[in-house]
Design a protein around this ligand. Structure first.
Ligand code: NAD
Length: 248
């Protein structure tokens, strides 16, 4: 019997790679996207062409009403939820802390932190044995930025990921006795479009030579770690922050 997985921000990058890999491992996948329906439909088409089950669901996960509608849509179309990947996230342009506006900070906290709390809350209400659920797994996508701080680039982003690390530790303990495991993956420099979105499209290529493994990672290498944490093979792993960062 296939299990149901919701991945936020899954129309491209790490989220898309995770959706495609999950579908090949017998998960039926809800591909959440904020605005690029063409890209999300492309991920769904690719999954279906390989014989998998997937739907695309639009929702801005920083908005509560969208999150509620997202989970209700998954309930209606795919049935009982078994897994959640809190993947949606943003970086902003490189700035020092003394240059950052409050509106920038508010967007960063809402998109990278509040969204993960809201989605996890909905997932717990569906998966926890306390609510009559069958248990499940949550994987939060953090970053090694949480322990590096990202000075003169985006300390706000690094701090948002530190919040995700602590959120992972706390929630894991909160729901451990209710059948839910909660872990985080902390990627290093991964070759996706997030760097271009932060105004620095050449970042992954430029940083490659400074990394211990001498190259940026791929979205698929992060997806492999996420799928392991979601799987029964990780049945004794909870509250873990797994660095997948090429030694960085
Ligand atoms: P990406 O920009 O390709 O993917 C992020 C996705 O999140 C995009 O599809 C975007 O549209 C979506 N998103 C953003 N705000 C959203 C919202 N409010 N609602 C719904 N979706 C939203 O980048 P990626 O590299 O694949 O990033 C995925 C995750 O990995 C992020 O949380 C990011 O912080 C983290 N990460 C990436 C790297 C890296 O080097 N690429 C390193 C460490 C951590």
């Amino acid at each position: 019997m296939p299990q149901t997985l919701l991945i936020t921000g899954a129309s491209r990058g790490i989220g898309a790679a995770t959706a495609i890999l999950a579908a090949s491992q017998d998960w039926q996948v809800a591909v959440n996207y904020a605005s690029n329906s063409l890209a999300a439909d492309g991920v769904v088409r690719q999954i279906r062409a390989a014989g998998g089950v997937a739907i695309a669901v639009q929702a801005d996960v920083s908005i509560e009403a969208d999150v509620l509608r997202l989970f209700e849509t998954v309930d209606a179309k795919l049935g009982r939820l078994d897994g959640l990947v809190n993947n949606a996230g943003v970086v902003d342009l490189a700035q020092r802390v003394d240059e950052m506006s409050v509106s920038r900070l508010s967007r960063m906290w809402a998109t990278n932190i509040t969204s993960s709390f809201m989605c996890a809350a909905q997932a717990v209400r569906r998966m926890s044995t306390k609510y009559g659920g069958n248990g499940g797994a949550i994987v939060n996508v953090s970053s090694v930025a949480s322990r590096l701080g990202s000075p003169a680039q985006y300390v706000d982003y690094a701090a948002s990921k530190a919040a995700i690390d602590t959120f992972t530790l706390g929630l894991a303990k909160e729901v451990a006795s209710e059948g839910i495991r909660v872990n985080a993956v902390r990627p290093g420099i991964i070759d996706t479009d997030i760097h271009a979105s932060g105004g620095d499209p050449g970042r992954a290529a430029r940083m490659a030579a400074q990394l211990p493994l001498q190259r940026a990672g791929t979205a698929d290498e992060i997806a492999q770690a996420i799928l392991w944490l979601l799987s029964d093979q990780a049945s004794y792993t909870t509250g873990t922050l797994l660095d997948v960062a090429g030694g960085r």
